[in-house]
Design a protein around this ligand. Structure first.
Ligand SMILES: Cc1ncc(COP(=O)(O)O)c(C=O)c1O
Length: 430
């Protein structure tokens, strides 16, 4: 383990890094939770992002409008409820690199994934396979498996999970592209995450999309850990569809409204099969109560129900912060913050056996998360860190995920985490 003086020199650098941080002022825009009366060392923005201070007033405004206006709020609220979903599309589109009509905020991630599968997974006898990363987030796996089953197909023949080479924790881009080529004409859909929830690996979305298209397959992405985290260009990359949640890096609150991207080359295709609902029907005839479904243009045409006003208000408040900060500045700080965290972890773990960073060391291949894998004693380390005010998360079987979020985490947070981890591993790792 590193000598404290050597480690201290590295930890002391945090002051100069914070002083040079262009986003430093943004921390004051968030409520920082406390542990035992002191601000938490919060490294869990990949699970639940913190509350922007603007959220309170934005949500209360909706409650006030409801109180004051009742049903009239649909047209006379400060943000009229009838078109509330559109109040967030421009800002959300900027975050994911889309055109506004390619984005709609609705439902939740897993629901949206099923809706996208209805439209974009159209298996035939020859082309029916789905390629995904191994050890993917369970909800995606469940969605794919049950969806495939509901179409009368056998998931064991349909779902192809790609695992890292022995001894490695992450997939290489070459490996993914080769797998796509191998499956070739039987591949219907490549369904990958943008950033893998367990390892923090940021996959090469444009290369995967191009490879999928080359063999005639559709490319869809789960951006739960990518939206608001890494710089995305979904439109330019030609991604077919994507889904994400907003309660992680997007700070829109627990159970926040989900997001969906449908590339414009599909958005106006009324012939695409889809599950319909009245809010996806053309606005002009939405209230005529006709019985013929005419989808509205763009991603909005995939809506089912009237929009969730309170979650949308929370998202609006959060996206205002993203608009001010900009994804470029967030990306620059993310790289600096995670690189500093890797240096600190390396120093703390020098000479400590059985603990490995499994996230790519190349900053361009990761999001704002570093995953530490333990051969043993990991849960004890995690529990001890929690008692010392570190809020991170434990993912079975063996990983502590540490996510420094550029909008509110500081380099001093990382240094303080390093100090606590140094104390804990001395006791807990045998
Ligand atoms: C990668 C990934 N996919 C899917 C989900 C499920 O999201 P939801 O509960 O919003 O459907 C999560 C939730 O954490 C996730 O991390």
């Amino acid at each position: 383990m590193a000598e404290l003086t050597q480690l201290q020199t590295l930890l002391d650098r945090s002051a100069e890094l914070d002083a040079a941080d262009a986003l430093a002022a943004f921390r004051s825009r968030f409520h920082i939770p406390t542990v035992d009366g002191r601000p938490a060392l919060y490294f869990c923005g990949n699970s639940l992002g913190l509350q922007p201070k603007g959220t309170h007033d934005e949500v209360l405004q909706e409650l006030a409008d409801w109180q004051r206006l009742g049903v009239e709020g649909h047209f006379h609220a400060q943000s009229p409820w009838f078109s509330a979903h559109r109040t967030v599309t421009n800002a959300m589109a900027r975050v994911v690199g889309a055109l506004p009509h390619e984005v709609v905020m609705m439902n939740s991630l897993t629901v949206n994934l099923h809706l996208m599968l209805v439209s974009f997974y159209r298996p035939t006898a020859e082309r029916f396979r789905i390629l995904l990363a191994g050890h993917e987030f369970p909800s995606d796996r469940y969605a794919l498996e049950t969806h495939v089953r509901s179409m009368g197909l056998d998931p064991t023949e349909t779902l192809l999970e790609l695992h890292p080479h022995p001894g490695s924790h992450t997939l290489t881009t070459e490996q993914i592209l080769a797998a796509i080529d191998d499956v070739g004409t039987s591949l219907a859909l490549v369904m990958f995450s943008g950033v893998h929830y367990y390892t923090g690996q940021y996959f090469n979305i444009p290369a995967i999309t191009q490879a999928a298209h080359r063999v005639g397959a559709v490319a869809g992405f789960d951006l739960a850990h990518a939206a608001g985290n890494v710089n995305l260009h979904l439109h330019d990359w030609g991604v077919d569809f994507a889904v994400w949640c907003t309660y992680k890096y997007l700070n829109a609150g627990p159970g926040g409204v989900g997001g969906t991207f449908v590339h414009e080359r599909h958005g106006n295709n009324a012939d695409l099969p889809r599950y319909g609902g009245w809010w996806g029907n053309a606005e002009a005839t939405r209230f005529t109560m006709d019985h013929a479904f005419v989808p509205t243009a763009g991603a909005d045409g995939w809506q089912l129900s009237n929009a969730p006003i309170l979650p949308l208000a929370a998202l609006r408040a959060s996206l205002a912060v993203f608009d001010e900060a900009g994804m470029d500045a967030i990306g620059t700080k993310r790289e600096a913050l995670t690189s500093y965290l890797v240096d600190v972890l390396d120093a703390v773990l020098t000479g400590v056996g059985g603990v490995h960073i499994i996230t790519p060391r190349n900053a361009a291949e990761r999001g704002a998360q570093i995953s530490l894998s333990f051969d043993h004693d990991g849960k004890a380390v995690f529990d001890a860190l929690r008692l010392r005010g570190v809020v991170a998360d434990w993912r079975t079987p063996s990983v502590i995920r540490l996510a420094p979020a550029p909008l509110y985490n500081t380099f001093a947070d990382v240094a303080a985490l390093g100090k606590q981890l140094h104390a804990v591993v001395a006791k807990e790792v045998s």
